[in-house]
Design a protein around this ligand. Structure first.
Ligand SMILES: C[S@@+](CC[C@H](N)C(=O)[O-])C[C@H]1O[C@@H](n2cnc3c(N)ncnc32)[C@H](O)[C@@H]1O
Length: 61
C-alpha cells in the first residue's frame, strides 16, 4: 500500500507508544491529507506518549 488519493480510514487498537499509529498515518495520509487513522488505548500515559510522538514526528519545530 503506497501513497494514494483515496479517502482511506484505518484503526489502531491499541496505540501504546504510538509507533504503529505513526506508521499508519504515514501510509494513509498523502499530500491531500484525506486519510484518517482512528486509534484507541486505555492508558493515559499511552495517550500522552502517542500525542508527543505524533506531534514531534508530523509537526517538527
Ligand atoms: C503491545 S501495546 C501496543 C503497542 C503499540 N501498537 C505500539 O506501536 O506501541 C498494548 C496496549 O494495549 C493497551 N490496552 C490493553 N487493553 C486495552 C483495552 N481493553 N482497551 C484499550 N487499550 C488496551 C495497553 O494500554 C497498551 O498500551
Amino acid at each position: 500500500m503506497g501513497s494514494t488519493s483515496w479517502n482511506i480510514r484505518v484503526s489502531d487498537a491499541t496505540f501504546g507508544n504510538g509507533y504503529d499509529t505513526l506508521a499508519m498515518v504515514k501510509r494513509v495520509a498523502d499530500e491531500s491529507a484525506r486519510g484518517c487513522v482512528y486509534a484507541i488505548d486505555i492508558r493515559n500515559d499511552a495517550l500522552e506518549n502517542t500525542s508527543s510522538l505524533l506531534e514531534d514526528s508530523l509537526n517538527p519545530q
